[in-house]
Design a protein around this ligand. Structure first.
Ligand code: CA
Length: 223
């Protein structure tokens, strides 16, 4: 489980990183809103802890930005104790929970666990993009009523594309995520797999879902 902490107060950030690492989470820290948003959008985190008052980009703006890009990672907002409006605005903007500063670390960890459990429960259901469905438990896919047979790598690729619907994923990101190695410009393994996958999900259907973004990568679209 990997957590992103977006917090500009060095002491708080250090305390959170240390404490969460002791709980065996992997933790990255961003010290301003801009960096936080960029890291969050990598899609590599299971949870984001987001402070509201941040330099460069306010926490609420960051949150709205990542939700508008369909990133569904659970977000725990850190707010000032008195600021009720902040909490309301945070929840309205797509935060899953909030915690007022100052907080007890035990409470933070309890919230983190609960959000991660909720996230995992949601992940174990069926992903759906228009008439394409993927069951993340049985690994079965179907489009309309047609069952689609997938190899292990094709499944991983499709799941990742579906979880990042409408986001262009570069070959580098795909190869790191699916094959766990750095993209070697001499190989077209990503393209080969994407082409196989595309023919399985798009062939015979008028509405295409998987698109090539020339020179960049691929995107699965629901619009
Ligand atoms: Ca702050």
């Amino acid at each position: 489980m990997k957590i992103l902490v977006v917090e500009d107060e060095k002491k708080v950030a250090k305390f959170l990183k240390q404490g969460l690492e002791e709980e065996r989470y992997a933790v990255d820290v961003a010290s301003d809103g801009l960096q936080g948003e960029t890291l969050a959008l990598s899609g590599e985190y299971d949870l984001i802890i987001l402070d509201i008052f941040l330099p460069k980009k306010d926490g609420i703006v960051v949150l709205k930005g990542i939700r508008s890009k369909q990133l569904k990672t659970p977000v725990l907002m850190l707010t000032a104790k008195s600021a009720v409006e902040d909490r309301v605005e945070g929840l309205d903007s797509g935060a899953d929970d909030y915690l007022s500063k100052p907080f007890a670390f035990a409470e933070l960890v309890a919230r983190v666990r609960s959000l991660l459990r909720r996230g995992a429960a949601e992940k174990s259901t069926i992903l759906k993009i228009l008439d394409l469905q993927l069951d993340t438990v049985t690994h079965k896919a179907k489009r309309a009523d047609k069952a689609i047979e997938l190899t292990g790598k094709e499944y991983a690729l499709l799941e990742y594309l579906m979880r990042n619907v409408n986001r262009v994923l570069t070959r580098t990101i795909l190869s790191e995520h699916i094959w766990n190695y750095n993209f070697d410009t001499g190989t077209n393994v990503v393209d080969v797999y994407v082409n196989h996958l595309r023919s399985k999900i798009d062939d015979g259907f008028e509405k295409k879902l998987l698109f090539t973004v020339r020179g960049i990568g691929y995107v699965l679209k629901d619009e």
